[in-house]
Design a protein around this ligand. Structure first.
Ligand code: HEC
Ligand code: HEC
Length: 401
C-alpha cells in the first residue's frame, strides 16, 4: 500500500530534533477532552474581568434575562432585547449581546440600519432568507425567533441596535505558517530573530501534526464489514488500471499531480475560472508586502490529477464532489446521477461510495444537483467505454488502493 503523498512545505531539516521525540498521537489537536473536568458549583458566582457583576451558571444561560455584564457599555435595553417574550421569543440580546456586537456564531447587529434589521427578520419569517444548512442550531434558533416575534417587537429591537455603535470585535487570524507553508520555504529556526516570521503559532505542535500526517496510511478496505475483495477480478482490474489510469494517477505517473488542461479533462471549469491572474497577482503582492520570499503563484489552466490512495473512502468524486461513486464515474455522462444526497455515512460496497439515495440519505444529507452552476458532473470520460465486466473488475482493484 502506497502512502498518500501530502505536500506540506515545512521542512523537517529546519526544525530541531526535540519535536520528533514526542511520537504519541497529538491529542491536543482533537476537540475531545481526554478527561472530565469537575463541574462548576451551580451556585458559585461567576465573574469576568472589568466588572463587579456576577452571575451563576443558570444566570448566564437565561434566555429571558440577558446576563448584562457591562451595563455601561450600551444604552438602556428595551424589554424585547433584554427579556424577549416567553415562551418562544428569546431575548435578542442573549445571542446578539446587549451591545449588539454578537457572539462569534451569530451576527453583529450594532450599527446596522434599522430598516435592514426589520427586513432581514421579515424575510426569515417568510422564508425568503434561509441558510445554506438547516443543521446549525444557532441559525435555526434565529429562524424560530423570527417566526415567533411580531413586527412591533422587531421594530423596537431594530431601533435599539441601530443606535449602538459597531466596534471591531472579533479578529480572525489565519495560521500563517500553514497557508504560506504549502508552497513556501519558511525559516522556523534561526539564531537571528530578524530571519524569523512573526507568529504566535505553536511551531512545535504544528510540526508534530505534520509529521503525524505524513505517517498516516489511507484506510484499508475493511473486508470483514464491507465484504471480501474478489482477488481474481482485482487482478484483471489492475491490468486495466495500468492501461487506462496509471499514467495520470499513480505516484510517479507522467501526469500525476500535474494540471490536465480543460480540453483534455473536460470537467466543470467554474472552479478553475475563479482563480484568475489578478487573484494570483494580488496574493503575490501581499506576500511580498509581508516580507516573505516565495515563488510567485500563477494562473493554471486545468485540474490537477490526484493520486488515488484510499479512493474508496473519498466519495463523492471530482474536485466538486459531483459524482457519488466510483461506478458512477465510469458511466458516460448521460448516465451519471443528476441529483443525490451527500453526508449520509452508510456505505455502498457495490457502487463504491456512500449511499446517496433514499429517505435516510435525504433526511441527513445535503442535496446535490449537478445542474447547479459549478456542480457539473461532466468530463473525465476515462474508462466509460469499458464493458460492464471490465468496470466491475476495475472498481474491485480500486478498493485495494
Ligand atoms: C438564539 C440566538 C438568537 C436570538 C435570541 C436572536 N438571534 Fe438574531 N441571529 C442569530 C443568528 C445565529 C444569526 C445568523 C443567521 C444567519 O447567519 O443566517 C442571526 C441573525 C440576525 C439578523 C441578520 C443579521 C445580518 O447581518 O444579516 C438579524 C437582523 C437578527 N438576527 C435580528 C434579531 C432580533 C431582532 C432578535 C430578537 C427579536 C434576534 N435576532 C434574536 C441568533 C439569534
Ligand atoms: C489524462 C489524465 C487522466 C486519466 C487517463 C485518468 N484520470 Fe482520473 N483524474 C484526472 C484528473 C485531472 C482528475 C481531477 C479532475 C477534477 O477533479 O475535475 C481525476 C480525478 C479522478 C478521480 C476523482 C478523485 C477524487 O479525489 O475525487 C477518480 C476516482 C479517477 N480520476 C479515476 C480514474 C480512473 C479509474 C481512470 C482510468 C479509467 C482515470 N481516472 C484516468 C486525470 C486522469
Amino acid at each position: 500500500m502506497r502512502k498518500t503523498i501530502i505536500l506540506l512545505g515545512i521542512s523537517t531539516l529546519l526544525l530541531g530534533s526535540t519535536a520528533l521525540a514526542q511520537s504519541a498521537l497529538p491529542y491536543w489537536a482533537y476537540p475531545v477532552a481526554s478527561h472530565a473536568w469537575p463541574q462548576p458549583d451551580p451556585k458559585q458566582p461567576l465573574r469576568l474581568p472589568g466588572t463587579k457583576i456576577t452571575f451563576t451558571v443558570a444566570g448566564t444561560n437565561d434566555r429571558f434575562n440577558v446576563p448584562d455584564w457591562y451595563p455601561n457599555s450600551h444604552p438602556k435595553m428595551p424589554a424585547i432585547v433584554a427579556h424577549g417574550r416567553k415562551p418562544d421569543v428569546f431575548a435578542c440580546g442573549y445571542c446578539h449581546l446587549p451591545n449588539g456586537q454578537g457572539r462569534p456564531e451569530n451576527a453583529s447587529l450594532a450599527g446596522q440600519p434599522a430598516d435592514y434589521i426589520v427586513q432581514q427578520v421579515a424575510e426569515m419569517r417568510s422564508g425568503a432568507r434561509k441558510s445554506s444548512s438547516d443543521k446549525m442550531g444557532s441559525i435555526n434558533a434565529m429562524m424560530a425567533v423570527a417566526k415567533a416575534s411580531n413586527d412591533a417587537e422587531v421594530k423596537i429591537a431594530a431601533d435599539y441596535f441601530s443606535t449602538v455603535k459597531f466596534a471591531k470585535w472579533i479578529r480572525v487570524v489565519e495560521t500563517d505558517y500553514e497557508s504560506l507553508g504549502v508552497d513556501t520555504p519558511v525559516t522556523l529556526k534561526s539564531d537571528n530573530p530578524a530571519d524569523l516570521f512573526k507568529s504566535d503559532v505553536n511551531i512545535q505542535n504544528l510540526f508534530l501534526l505534520e509529521e503525524t500526517l505524513k505517517k498516516l496510511e489511507p484506510p484499508h478496505w475493511p473486508e470483514d464489514v464491507l465484504g471480501a475483495i474478489d482477488q481474481a477480478k482485482a487482478t484483471q482490474g489492475a491490468a486495466l488500471y495500468k492501461q487506462h489510469c496509471a499514467s495520470c494517477h499513480d505516484v510517479g505517473g507522467k501526469y500525476t499531480n500535474k494540471p490536465v488542461p480543460p480540453a483534455e479533462i473536460g470537467t466543470d471549469r467554474e472552479r478553475m475560472d475563479t482563480w484568475i491572474q489578478a487573484a494570483a497577482d494580488e496574493a503575490n503582492r501581499r506576500v511580498k508586502e509581508m516580507g516573505i520570499n516565495r515563488p510567485n503563484m500563477v494562473k493554471i489552466e486545468g485540474y490537477q490529477s490526484p493520486p488515488l490512495d484510499g479512493i474508496w473512502m473519498r466519495a463523492p468524486y471530482l474536485h466538486n464532489g459531483s459524482v457519488p461513486s466510483l461506478r458512477n464515474l465510469l458511466e458516460p455522462v448521460e448516465q451519471r446521477t443528476k441529483v443525490f444526497y451527500v453526508g449520509y455515512d452508510v456505505y455502498d460496497p457495490f457502487n463504491v461510495g456512500f449511499v446517496t439515495q433514499g429517505p435516510q440519505a435525504e433526511r441527513v444529507g445535503w442535496k446535490r444537483d449537478v445542474s447547479v452552476r459549478g456542480d457539473g458532473n461532466w468530463g473525465h470520460n476515462y474508462g466509460t467505454g469499458l464493458t460492464d465486466a471490465e468496470k466491475i473488475s476495475l472498481v474491485e482493484y480500486m478498493k485495494t488502493l
